[in-house]
Design a protein around this ligand. Structure first.
Ligand SMILES: Cc1ncc(COP(=O)(O)O)c(C=O)c1O
Length: 413
């Protein structure tokens, strides 16, 4: 009888890879991951998730757009739509990219995905073979690292500082790994308002990163989850625009600009890459109804209007958080000052014990994500990520006051 392989994956290797993933972090344990044995003593102010402001979700507008779609094109909206995605939505994305970045792209350069998460899986599966190396940022959004590891590849971290990914560190890592005979295939990066640090890659560095990756034939997976959540400063060209598309897969999403529950994102890539992405993927596409509803919302100017409203809210929230941090926490930490996105990143003073901070934060009722959750090398215990997007505006000063109390309790002075 034929020997049917029941274990197509090297499960041991996968288990080993997955065991390095950290879920949640100090201070986040009662909202992310496992349930605590005891409920927290005080209702916590939650500064953890990268989630849009719940009171600003465009619910009424989406009801209206969805009704219009169902009445006008219900039959098409409710049957399979093909795995490249709705042509109308792809055309709208292409038109926006031509207008905003001056690029010569068409609907054919786009695929619609199950958020950037779906795009990351598709990109990783398309480009990576077992044993290849994927580069990620240090610290990084764990989803990107996980998608690479799931392809049985190794991940190596590249330092991020206040100006984003450090090109010298990128080049050094690639050259060292190539010298060791490793196949460095992919760089996963978040150039705008990076998760978790909130930093934005400077224009000069963007050009260097593209140059280095092109020279070494490393594909760039550019994650722009937060790019349109800009409330200050000038928009910078994407890595995709700088490279004129060569060697870059751009990934966008409506999660952070509209709602995470839509589960709609996209890839933009050169034609042959797009063809390869589609060949690798088999999922019958993502919801035609939701795609058409988003198109109805966006093409009527509602997305632009919505972004103006929410970006003003995020600016106020960021300002409130920064002001409270200045007032309450400056003895115990330093932090980033993002021009957009959802996050502020704190580096704790040496005097702060991160474990004690987690305990104290639970006691006083403030939830954050311990920075080690974003470090693939097991470091980052002296950092934390705060999200200002989700918490109520009035709660932010109180949340930071509680954090200041917890920091004081966790400090050896
Ligand atoms: C940098 C980054 N990329 C991707 C995602 C997931 O995006 P999506 O909801 O489009 O799958 C997140 C969510 O937190 C994120 O922070």
């Amino acid at each position: 009888m034929a020997n049917i392989p029941l274990e197509p994956l090297d499960k041991e290797r996968l288990k080993e890879n997955l065991s390095h993933r950290v879920k949640g972090g100090f201070g986040a344990f009662w909202v992310a991951g496992s349930r605590p044995a005891e409920p927290p003593p005080v209702r916590p102010i939650v500064l953890t998730g990268g989630i849009p402001d719940p009171d600003a979700l465009p619910i009424e507008e989406l009801i209206e757009a969805s009704n219009t779609v169902l009445r006008r094109e219900g039959q098409e909206a409710l049957r399979y739509g093909g795995h490249q995605g709705h042509p109308g939505l792809r055309e709208w994305l292409a038109e926006e990219t031509r207008r905003r970045e001056g690029l010569d792209v068409s609907a054919d350069n786009f695929t619609i995905t199950n958020g950037i998460s779906g795009a990351l899986i598709n990109v990783s599966e398309t480009f990576l073979n077992e044993g290849d190396v994927g580069l990620v940022e240090l610290p990084t959004f764990p989803g990107g690292a996980g998608a690479i590891q799931n392809c049985l590849c190794d991940i190596v971290g590249v330092t991020v500082d206040g100006e984003g990914l450090v090109p010298e560190a990128l080049e050094e890592n690639i050259e060292r790994l190539e010298g060791e005979g490793r196949n460095v295939k992919l760089l996963y990066t978040v150039p705008n308002f990076q998760n978790p640090t909130g930093t934005t890659l400077t224009l000069e560095r963007r050009e260097r990163v593209v140059e280095i990756c092109q020279a070494h034939e490393v594909v760039i997976a550019e994650d722009d989850a937060y790019g349109d959540v800009r409330f200050e400063g000038e928009k910078l060209p994407s890595l995709f625009a700088i490279a004129r598309g060569k060697g870059v897969v751009f990934m966008g999403s409506f999660s952070k600009t509209m709602a995470t529950g839509l589960r709609i994102g996209w890839t933009m890539a050169e034609q042959q890459v797009t063809d390869a992405l589609l060949q690798t993927r088999f999922d019958l596409g993502v919801s035609p109804w939701v795609q058409r509803t988003i198109l109805e919302f966006a093409s009527n100017g509602m997305l632009e209007k919505h972004l103006e409203t929410v970006n003003a809210i995020y600016k106020r929230k960021r300002d409130a958080m920064l002001a409270a941090l200045d007032e309450r926490c400056s003895r115990y930490a330093t932090w980033t000052r993002p021009e957009g996105g959802y996050f502020i990143w704190l580096a704790l003073a040496e005097t702060v014990d991160p474990k004690k901070l987690a305990e104290a934060a639970r006691e006083v009722g403030v939830a954050y994500v311990g920075g080690y959750a974003f470090h693939i090398d097991g470091t980052g215990h002296n950092t934390i990520r705060l999200a200002y997007s989700f918490a109520n505006e009035d709660e932010i000063p109180e949340g930071i006051m509680r954090l200041g109390r917890a920091l004081e309790q966790a400090s050896q002075s």
